[in-house]
Design a protein around this ligand. Structure first.
Ligand code: SF4
Ligand code: SF4
Length: 190
């Protein structure tokens, strides 16, 4: 190696480090794009598709949603056919033994909301169902119904409802069985 090449190598290295550091420092002083969740509430689009909200009182267990699901992650079981009682607007007949969605497979496409004849399945707005096992991300909606819930109460919500005001607001809504929004559903084709 000549002396000229030696100093050329040093120059190239210093130059590339300077370019890299300039880019790094530029990002160091920019406004952060991340938020401390769940302390800070995430801003979601109005039509954000979150964990479903399901009203078992209106479900006739017709399987239309399960047939529409492209990944077969809706599981339904009943004792006998069900139909809507016009007087009460509730499903009568057989018992809804199971209505479950496996969120390890669900891709939140909302296709299950389109064919429902009784409008009882909707895309909700909870987005975080983090849990310690795969079994815990299979949500048993028929069981939740027995507790008056339309959607699950995730762990992060249970742990933070006393500490964080916006989480308490959501916790109270979910515990009261109030649905959030139907904005992300796919309307039935007329
Ligand atoms: S949102 Fe899509 S993937 Fe998820 S249950 Fe409904 S149809 Fe299936
Ligand atoms: S389409 Fe609606 S009524 Fe039929 S099984 Fe699904 S949720 Fe129940």
């Amino acid at each position: 190696m000549t002396v000229q090449e030696y100093f050329r190598n040093i120059y190239d290295n210093v130059k590339s480090i300077t370019i890299g550091m300039r880019i790094t420092l530029k990002y160091c002083f920019q406004k952060t794009a991340t938020v401390q969740y769940p302390e800070h509430r995430l801003s979601l689009a109005p039509r954000y598709r979150g964990i479903h909200e399901f009203d078992a009182d209106k479900c006739i267990a017709c399987d239309q949603c399960a047939k529409a699901c492209p990944v077969d992650c809706i599981y339904i079981d009943k004792t006998a056919p069900r139909k809507i009682d016009k007087a009460t607007g509730k499903a009568v007949g057989g018992q809804l033994l199971r209505y479950a969605i496996d969120y390890s497979k669900c891709m939140f496409c909302a296709l299950c909301t389109e064919p429902c004849p009784t409008d009882c399945i909707h895309m909700g707005k909870l987005h975080d169902l983090s849990s310690y096992s795969r079994e815990d991300v299979v949500v048993e909606f028929a069981e939740l119904h027995k507790q008056g819930l339309h959607t699950p109460v995730p762990l992060w919500m249970q742990r933070n409802e006393k500490k964080i005001p916006w989480v308490k607001e959501e916790y109270d809504r979910v515990k009261a069985g109030r649905e959030a929004t139907h904005a992300a559903d796919i309307p039935a084709v007329k």
